[in-house]
Design a binder for this molecule. Structure first.
Ligand code: APR
Length: 265
């Protein structure tokens, strides 16, 4: 590991200890070391297959039965097939585990993740919003009630919500789909309360998620980026750890544990 990374980890630990309320924004790069392809960047899914249509949600509303037919028949090729295969075999990596440990240590108060892979929950993170949904859940678009996909029997297509009779879809937020307002409210409240945000594995391309770090910055907070490459957010960051998350985050936990109990070093 380069000394530049060691130095940046030390700076990040100091910034985290000095902060009053630390939050994090996670993106696809955090799950890259779990074998799940990212969307942008050199090997990204959108880079290789092109961006998906931006009206997926509108097409779902026009023909929910066709959407469910597609959901129930796994495709065998293309971006969706590659992503589904990777999602089904992925395990939490040391980066996910380190974020869960930062929460248990009381360092990380809240996590906003753009990832739909359920790896944060499996790693033990609890205080979080999955702002783009979770592929292991279903959601009613009328009342926002979520259901575990494994416990929901799709007896009719399209399925209706047991609570309110509304239309049920996979929880993953589609392009063109409004993010449930209570998720957005929670993210805004956490960003507003935060004086330090850890940005892990996100290119900072997609809104509203990319706006949360800017909110923290505009209110005088500090930003720490963990990413092997430069991003749209780098220019606002106070500390940049140019390393993969599965390497950098465990080092950050180690450093904070070493500093614990010592006066603000
Ligand atoms: N550790 C940390 N970061 C990494 C790693 C790694 N091992 N590998 C790649 N990265 C970084 C890339 O450098 C890039 O900056 O992860 C980032 C991935 O960027 P995107 O693919 O754009 O992913 P993300 O920012 O999460 O995209 C946001 O776009 O298409 C939508 O809904 C999708 O949630 C996604 C959203």
């Amino acid at each position: 590991m380069g000394s530049g990374v060691e130095q940046a980890v030390q700076q990040a630990a100091t910034a985290l200890r000095a902060a009053r309320y630390v939050t994090a924004l996670a993106g696809a790069g955090l799950s890259a070391e779990s074998g799940i392809p990212t969307f942008r960047g050199p090997q990204g899914l959108w880079t290789r297959f092109g961006e998906p249509p931006m009206d997926g949600y509108q097409r779902f509303l026009r023909d929910p039965a066709a959407y469910w037919q597609e959901q129930l028949q796994p495709t065998s090729e293309g971006p969706r097939a590659e992503l589904v295969k990777a999602l089904e075999t992925a395990q939490p990596n040391p980066g996910h585990l380190a974020l869960a440990e930062l929460e248990q240590m009381g360092v990380l108060r809240f996590l906003i993740t753009q990832n739909i892979d359920n790896l944060h929950a499996r790693a033990g993170s609890q205080q979080m919003v999955e702002v783009h949904g979770n592929r292991s859940k279903l959601r009613c678009i009328a009342c926002d009630q979520r259901y575990a996909r494994s416990e929901f029997s799709v007896s009719q297509v399209p399925p209706s919500c047991p609570q309110c009779g509304g239309l049920v879809k996979v929880d993953t937020v589609m392009f063109g789909e409004p993010i449930p307002s209570r998720w957005l409210q929670a993210c805004h409240a956490e960003a507003a309360a935060s004086d330090c945000m850890l940005l892990v594995g996100t290119s900072g391309t997609v809104y509203p998620a990319a706006a949360f770090p800017q909110m923290v910055k505009e209110r005088g907070g500090s930003l720490i980026e963990v990413n092997p490459l430069e991003t749209h957010l780098t220019r606002w960051c106070d500390v940049v750890i140019r390393a993969p998350a599965a390497e950098a985050l465990p080092l950050l936990v180690q450093r904070l544990r070493a500093l614990q109990g010592k006066p603000n070093a």
